[in-house]
Design a protein around this ligand. Structure first.
Ligand code: SF4
Length: 273
C-alpha cells in the first residue's frame, strides 16, 4: 500500500489504536478484526491468492517486503516532519550503543527464552513421533463413523482444534517472550521519568505470551485425554509449559494486570465499517 493510502485508511474511526500490539495474530479468529488497522491493511493487499499467505512462496515475502517499505517510508516522512534525520551518523551510533546495552541487560533473562525454544523443539519432536498414534486414531474414528457409533465427527473436530491451537502458539510463545525480555532491558535503561509512567511493552508482551501458554496447556491437556496411548510424553510437555509460565510470572509480575487495547478494556468498541 502507498503511504497516502495507509494514512487515508488509518483515519477511519472504527479502528482501535494499537489493538494489534498485544494480540495473538490469529486474525481468522479475532473478535476485533473489524477494528484492526493491521488487518485492514492485510486485506487491502490480499488478492485472494493463497500463495501470498504461504511462507514458502516468494509472493508472501514480496508482500511482506512491500509492507515494510511502506512503514519505513511513513517513518521517514514523520521523522522529517519533526526535523529528525534518521540517517544522521551520530543518531545511528547512539542507536547501536543503546542496542548493545539492551543486549547485555537482556542476557540475564535468556534462560526463559531458551526454555521456550526447548519447548518448540520438544513439541515438534512429539508431533513427529505421534504420527502413528494419529493414524491409528483416524482409523478408529473412521470405523466408528461406518458403524454409526458415538460421535466421531465431533471427536475429530476436537482433536484438530487442539492441534491447531498448539501449533499456532508453539513459536509465538518464544517470540513474545524474546520481545518481553528485550523490552524489559530497554525499560530498565530508560531515564525519562515521564516515559517510565507509561504501561510497559514488556508486560503487554509477557501477557500475550502467558495467554498463549494457558491456551496451549489446555489444548495439550485435551489432547492427552483424547489420545490415551500417549499420556506420559504429553505430561512432559505440560510440565515444560508450566515451568515457563511460572518463570514468566516471576519475571513479569505485573503482566496479567496489563490492559490490552480493545481486548481487556470495558469501554464499547468504536462503531463504523
Ligand atoms: S488485533 Fe486481531 S485482527 Fe488485528 S492483527 Fe491482531 S489478531 Fe489480527
Amino acid at each position: 500500500m502507498k503511504t497516502k493510502d495507509i494514512r487515508k485508511l488509518a483515519a477511519n474511526p472504527r479502528f482501535i489504536p494499537g489493538v494489534y500490539n498485544y494480540c495473538d495474530r490469529w486474525c481468522e479468529r479475532c473478535p476485533l478484526s473489524n477494528h484492526c488497522l493491521n488487518h485492514a491493511m492485510e486485506q487491502a493487499e490480499d488478492d485472494g491468492d493463497p500463495a501470498a499467505r504461504d511462507l514458502s512462496n516468494r509472493k508472501f515475502w514480496d508482500r511482506l517486503h512491500r509492507k515494510f517499505q511502506g512503514t519505513l517510508e511513513m517513518l521517514h516522512e514523520d521523522a522529517r516532519a519533526r526535523g529528525i534525520d534518521l540517517e544522521d551518523p551520530k543518531l545511528q551510533a547512539e542507536v547501536k550503543a543503546q542496542e548493545r546495552a539492551e543486549r547485555r541487560l537482556a542476557a540475564k533473562n535468556r534462560p526463559l527464552t531458551r526454555a521456550a525454544m526447548a519447548y518448540v523443539k520438544a513439541a515438534d519432536k512429539w508431533f513427529e513421533a505421534a504420527r502413528p498414534i494419529f493414524t491409528a486414531k483416524g482409523i478408529e474414528l473412521e470405523t466408528l463413523a461406518r458403524l454409526e457409533a458415538g460421535n466421531p465427527r465431533a471427536e475429530a473436530a476436537e482433536l484438530s482444534e487442539y492441534v491447531e491451537v498448539i501449533r499456532w502458539y508453539q513459536h509465538f510463545i518464544y517470540v513474545k517472550l524474546c520481545r518481553a525480555i528485550e523490552s524489559r532491558a530497554s525499560e530498565e535503561l530508560e531515564t525519562d521519568g515521564e516515559m517510565k509512567q507509561f504501561p510497559k511493552d514488556s508486560d503487554g508482551s509477557a501477557k500475550i505470551a502467558l495467554i498463549a501458554i494457558d491456551r496451549s496447556i489446555s489444548a495439550w491437556a485435551g489432547l492427552r485425554e483424547a489420545l490415551v496411548d500417549d499420556p506420559d510424553n504429553i505430561l512432559d510437555l505440560l510440565a515444560q509449559l508450566a515451568a515457563i509460565r511460572r518463570e514468566t510470572g516471576k519475571l513479569f509480575p505485573e503482566a496479567r494486570a496489563f490492559v490490552r487495547a480493545g481486548f481487556d478494556e470495558t469501554k464499547a468498541v468504536p462503531a463504523g465499517t
